[in-house]
Write a protein that binds this ligand. Structure first.
Ligand code: SAH
Ligand code: SF4
Ligand code: F3S
Length: 438
């Protein structure tokens, strides 16, 4: 029996891509290896969003140099965004690789493995491939499933490498998405997260638009009509593309979870402009207010970059003020990192590493306080939890609220896949503790 071991870095789209790859490998009889030393094929689906993400991949990969020497028939491959970025170069960094495949070429791998010579020259696949870009494939995880609806990005934010690695925006046909979702629901999926670098720009080619309604709005409404679907989420949406019909859905759709990831990046207008984000703080706040009017319980999350070139202490203060104003349920915050090909790479006034680190601490300290306050306010309240697996402590089960918070509670494994009412008894920064209502 042939066995594979797959490690995924990066964003949810990489998780989705890895899942499709696993489905295709399983269809060809591959089994999952528990550990890398039991695998015939070791694969890393990589990310290049920040320098650190890229370094992590290279250092993980180097652990397998000696294994390849003792097992020459082992196939070691890399895929995803860093593979797209490095292409042939990857072979200089890791000469023991047999396979380098960009994110649009992953689906070709299972077939390629049938004829690849692990002792021969490496195969490098980049750019667009002959395989259908986003063909639906079997899923390995279903209760809470990802579905890519579009891929690529046309925004070219000054700091971001994604448009160079995932290419231009390309949407899947509505019918293909519905077929995939129906398949997942039939297999037991109850929560679906729609994925895309900018889901609001969803625009399938040649499909008639319903009046002035955005195609993404149409898609969400269609999915809402599936009675087996309990929860619908999407990520990521750009604040500059948020039409009123989409805002309204947070008040009308049965399935749309009260949770939105709305990347702000910075609270300073000067920095937002330099980043090429195409909104200012006032516009962003206006959007937040309209969303909260429609659904006051909406939990917001965001991404923040500190230390973008030219960022001053005053700019940082604007970001801190923004966090205190919006009061996000949680944030992802990053130190700006130079990436190849991006506009920001050549900008003057780079912020020293120590200053970035200090600013990141300021941002995270403020946010940790807000997150804890928001979570503590839930103590005593009853929340609906979709049970997704075992909790950390023995006897515990774990799941997520509509607002996407993790809740642990004592309960039987039979509860897996059910929606249960849980009363919150304690709150921490990254999770809640509760008691299932009897
Ligand atoms: N398409 C999505 C997500 C892109 S990547 C969006 O527009 O929101 C996820 C996050 O990584 C970004 O929101 C940004 O905050 C961060 N990021 C991207 N490039 C970065 C860089 N060069 N340095 C630091 N953080 C970066
Ligand atoms: Fe990157 Fe901006 Fe596109 Fe998001 S919208 S993927 S941050 S270029
Ligand atoms: Fe990373 Fe590519 Fe996603 S760079 S964040 S894996 S789109």
């Amino acid at each position: 029996m042939r066995r594979y071991h797959l490690t995924t870095f990066g964003c949810q789209m990489n998780v989705y891509d890895s899942d499709r790859l696993e489905g295709l490998l399983a269809a060809r009889g591959w089994l999952k290896a528990e550990a890398t030393d039991q695998a015939d094929f070791i694969f890393f689906n990589t990310c290049s969003i920040r320098e650190k993400a890229a370094q992590r991949v290279i250092s993980r990969l180097n652990e397998f140099k000696s294994l390849k020497k003792t097992k020459p028939h082992l196939v070691i491959g890399v895929g995803g965004c860093l593979a797209e970025q490095e292409g042939l170069n990857f072979l200089n960094k890791a000469p023991f690789l047999s396979l380098v495949a960009g994110p649009k070429r992953l689906t070709e791998i299972p077939e390629l493995l049938e004829r690849l010579d692990p002792t021969g020259p490496a195969v490098v696949l980049a750019g667009d491939g002959p395989a259908p870009l986003l063909a639906p494939t079997p899923k390995t995880q279903v209760l809470s499933a990802f579905v890519t609806i579009m891929e690529g990005c046309d925004n070219f934010c000054a700091y971001c490498v994604v448009p160079y690695l995932r290419g231009r925006e390309k949407s899947r046909p509505l019918k293909e998405i519905l077929t995939e979702v129906e398949g997942l629901l039939a297999q037991g999926a109850r929560e679906i997260t729609l994925l895309g670098q900018n889901v609001n720009s969803y625009a399938p080619n040649g499909e008639p638009q319903k009046g002035a309604e955005a195609p993404f709005t149409t898609l969400l409404k269609r999915l809402d009509s599936y009675s087996e679907l309990w929860r619908l989420r999407f990520a990521t949406s750009h604040p500059k593309d948020f039409p009123p019909d989409l805002i309204a859905l947070f008040g009308t759709l049965r399935t749309l979870a009260p949770n939105l990831h709305l990347p702000l990046q910075s609270g300073s207008d000067a920095i937002l402009q330099a980043m090429g984000r195409h909104y200012d703080w006032a516009q962003y706040l206006g959007l937040v207010k309209r969303l909260k009017e429609v659904n006051p319980a909406l939990a917001l999350n965001t991404d923040i970059i500190v230390g973008f070139p030219g960022e001053t202490d005053d700019d940082l203060n604007q970001t801190l003020k923004a966090l205190a104003t919006v009061r996000y349920d949680s944030i992802f915050s990053f130190k700006y990192s130079d990436r190849p090909q991006t506009r920001a790479l050549n900008l003057p006034h780079k912020v020293p590493e120590a200053v970035k680190a200090k600013r990141l601490t300021l941002v995270q300290t403020l946010q940790n306080g807000v997150t804890l306050e928001i979570n503590r306010a839930l103590i005593g309240q009853t929340v609906e939890v979709l049970v997704t697996g075992k909790g950390r402590e023995p006897g515990q089960m774990s799941g997520r609220t509509g607002s996407n918070k993790i809740v642990n509670f004592l309960g039987s494994p039979d509860l897996y896949g059910q929606m249960v009412a849980v009363t919150i008894t304690a709150a921490y920064k990254a999770s809640l503790l509760g008691q299932i209502n009897s």
